[in-house]
Ligand binder design. Structure first.
Ligand SMILES: [Zn+2]
Length: 153
């Protein structure tokens, strides 16, 4: 077997700019999921009766049996902290005075990654119930950020 070796005279890297814009559509399930967040303040999943599995966010096919999913389930607005982490640095690289708490909030057999608020970092626990706090309806845009944060209950 012959391994390729790096040419020691080759540049280490090329510099350049690659302007990229994209648009990623929500798809059928995402459309219903995000519209429900915006218009109803509800979180929808989809259920596969063959696998007894609830997808959150909603999906149009089952990843287990590949069956079509058309049973929408309102999973409520209260989930459970499955895991969490603390952000000590802002997106621009500056340090935060207080860490932001990011959690995977479990709903059904899935869940959402989002901010936790209205609690201190030392109060977060795996398994604690948390409730979605939606923005006012007039401020919602059909985005995951229509949920402002999750709060402990
Ligand atoms: Zn299935």
């Amino acid at each position: 077997m012959t391994l390729l070796k790096r040419d020691p005279n080759a540049p280490v890297s090329w510099q350049g700019e690659l302007p990229v814009t994209n648009r990623y559509t929500y798809g059928l399930a995402g459309e219903k999921f995000f519209r429900a967040l915006k218009d109803e303040g509800r979180i929808y999943g989809s259920y596969c009766s063959d696998c007894d599995h609830t997808y959150v966010p909603a999906a149009v096919f089952c990843e287990r049996c590949l069956g079509k999913l058309d049973e929408w389930v309102d999973v409520g607005t209260i989930g459970e902290v499955f895991n969490f982490t603390f952000l000590h640095v802002n997106y621009d690289g500056s340090h935060r005075e207080k860490p932001e708490i990011i959690a995977f909030v479990r709903f059904g057999d899935g869940g959402l990654i989002h901010r936790l608020g209205e609690l201190e970092p030392d109060q977060v626990e795996i398994g604690m119930p948390v409730e979605a706090v939606f923005k006012p309806a007039s401020d919602r845009t059909g985005s995951i950020l229509d949920i402002d944060h999750f709060k402990p209950i």
